[in-house]
Design a protein around this ligand. Sequence first.
Ligand code: PRT
Ligand code: ZN
Length: 226
Amino acid sequence: MSNSKRLRIAVQKSGRLSDDSIALLKAIGIKLNIRDRLLIAHSTNQPIDLLRVRDDDIPGLVMDGVVDLGFIGENELEEKMLERKAAGKPFEYEVLRRLDYGGCRLSIAVPNEMDYNGIQSLEGKKVATTYPYLLERYFKDQGINAKAVMLQGSVEVAPRAGVADAICDLVSTGATLEANGLVEKDVIFRSKAVLIKRADGELSEEKETLVNRLMPRVDGVLLAKE
Ligand code: PRT
Ligand code: ZN
């Protein structure tokens, strides 16, 4: 990014968190000129630049100190933290605020016809997921020997395709599970969107002052919506 004096904020370019994150920035008085195809958007009234990327990239951008702040779902944040920790990469961050959108749960679901008597029914089985680190941590905590099979998409069809015995995926209404003949069994993680800050050293005084000026406005917006 061109000017390191400007506060850099990473947001999801296009997806479930994009609109609410942009709406929050606007609600706290940040004017943005967003052009659809561009990676970077500059604020016209604050020393702030937005980096618009895939949500998967946001934890790493914050943890590597490439951006100062980021909006991200806790599910993705925690998964990437575990992955980076295992790989010996920087994995630290600070949560500034838990937000009021992006709510979902990461759950284990099994085919309707499966005889399921608790998590021990998955002993020795394969479970398809996009969140292998969160799932394997859960198996470990529960003392279960099961295998997380990584799939980037179409997780809900894995049992029918014979790729796995069960799945572990994000759920909000449950309609996707139902449409695929699956039943939600164990919630392993509850998630919302959060605003995070890099923790790899202090921000410059100007940036810190700006963040400290913006946070009460975020609180005001969250409170007004309660
Ligand atoms: O392109 P990019 O990588 O940026 O986007 P993405 O496709 O990885 O993510 P996106 O936009 O789908 O989701 C971004 C974040 O939104 C997630 O990481 C969660 O924090 C949050 N979120 C909230 C959800 C859901 N609710 C959700 N329901 N993310 C995904 N889903 C999917 C789920 O995977 C399943 O396919 O919706 C389906 C289930 O929904 P129901 O309502 O049928 O239960
Ligand atoms: Zn993604």
